[in-house]
Design a protein around this ligand. Sequence first.
Ligand code: EPZ
Length: 419
Amino acid sequence: MEKLIIHGGNPLRGTVRISSAKNAVLPIIVATLLPETPATIVDAPDLDDVATICSVLESLGVKVDRHEGRLTFDASDIKRAEASYELMSRMRASFLIMGPLLAKMGHARIALPGGCMIGSRPIDLHLKAFEAMGAEIHMGNGFVEGRAPNGLTGTTIYLDFPSVGATENILMAAVTAKGQTIIENAAEEPEIVDLVTFLNSMGANIKGAGTNVIRVEGVKSLLGVEHTVIPDRIEAGTFMIAAAMVGGDVLISNVLSEHLKPLLAKLHEAGVKVVKEFDSVRVISDGHITSTDIKTLPYPGFPTDLQAQFMALMTIGNKESKITETVFENRFMHVGELQRMGASIRVEGRTAIVTGVPFLKGAFVRATDLRAGAALTLAGLSAHGQTEIGELHHIDRGYDHLVEKLQGLGADIVRVNED
Ligand code: EPZ
C-alpha cells in the first residue's frame, strides 16, 4: 500500500505554482460532448479525476487525445448514451454527462452515482430540472434513464439549493434547448463562470454567470475551441493554509486572489501575513495561530472544500474555534484522524469545536476523502515527529503532484510503497 511519510517541523520557503482547477476542468471536459467539432483544453491538471472523466467520455465514443496537459476531445461520432456503474461509481461528477447527452442524443441511461464519505449527495435537483425542460425521467435498478425525443425546451428553474453540479448540468442541457432557460438561485462559483466562458466561446448565449440568476438563450449548434482553465482556488488555499500552519514564507503563483476572499479574511484574523500580488499570493507566518471561527457556505462564502484544511490550522490555535459545515451533512471524517494526532475537537451536530493545543504529534492516519487527506498532510507537516498517511488515492484524485510541490518548498515528505 502506498503512503506518505512526513517528518514535521520544516518551515516552508520558496515558490509553488498552482495547477488548473479540478472543479472547473471536470465540467468543461464534459461540455466537450456538445460541439460538432473538436475542442481542446490547454494545461489540464494531472489528476486521477481528469483521467476518470476522460475514460467516461471515451466509453461514449468520444475520441480523446492527450499530450501531457493538452487534451483534445472529438465528440462528433458519439455511439452510446449509457454509462456503467463501474465508471460512475469512481467519481460522482461523471453524472454531469446527463445534461449534454439529453441535449445531443435525446436520451441517456446512467448508473446512479454513489454517495461518498461526505454525504448522500442526491441528484434530485438535476432530475427535477430535466423534467421541467421536457425530459421523461425513470429510475430503476440503480440506473436513471432520461428521454427527450423531441429535444429539450427552455423554462424557468428555481434551485432549492445553489447546487454547483445541478447548475452545471442544467447549463449544458440548456445551451441548445428551444427558447430561453432561466436558472434562479444558481450556484455562483468561479468554476461555473469558467464553464460559461467556455460554452459562450463555442457559440452559446449565456448571461449572468457568477450571479444567482443565469439566462440561457438556446442556439442551434456549438463549435469546438481551445480553452485554458482557471487556477485551482482550493489547491491555492490548501498551500496558503500549509504555509500558515507550518510557518515560513511562501509565494503561491497562478492564483486569482479574488476567488479566495473568505480565506484571505480568515487568515488575517488568524494572525497570518498575506500579501496579494497580481496573480500570486505571498504567505508569511511564524506558525503562531490565533483561533477564529468559520462557517462554510456556497460561494462567495467560505468554501466547504477548505473546511478540513482550516480545521487542521485551528488545532494549533491559541484558544477555541468553531467550525460549522452547512453545505454537506457529514464532512467531519477528518476529525477522528486529527484527534489521533493529539487535536482537541468535539463535534456537536454540524459544528466542530476545536480547542487549540501547543502542537500536534505525528501518527499513522488515513485519508477518508480528498480534502481530509490534504488536511492530514498539513497536520503532518506541522506535527512533532513522524506522520504516515494511508489511502492516498483520495489525494491523487484532486492534487497535482502534491508531494513534489511540498518537497520543492522544503517539506520532509516522501511517498513510499510498502507492499
Ligand atoms: C461540487 O460538488 C464540487 N465538486 C465539490 O468539491 C464541492 O464541495 C461542492 O460542489 C460544493 O461547492 C465538483 O465540482 C466536481 P453541490 P457537487 O451539488 O456539485 C446538495 C472537492 O473536494 N444537493 O453544490 O456535488 C448536496 O447533497 C469536491 O473538490 C442536493 O440536495 O456539490 C450537498 O449537500 C467535494 N440535491 C449540497 O447540495 C442535488 O440534486 C451541495 O452539493 C444536488 C446537490
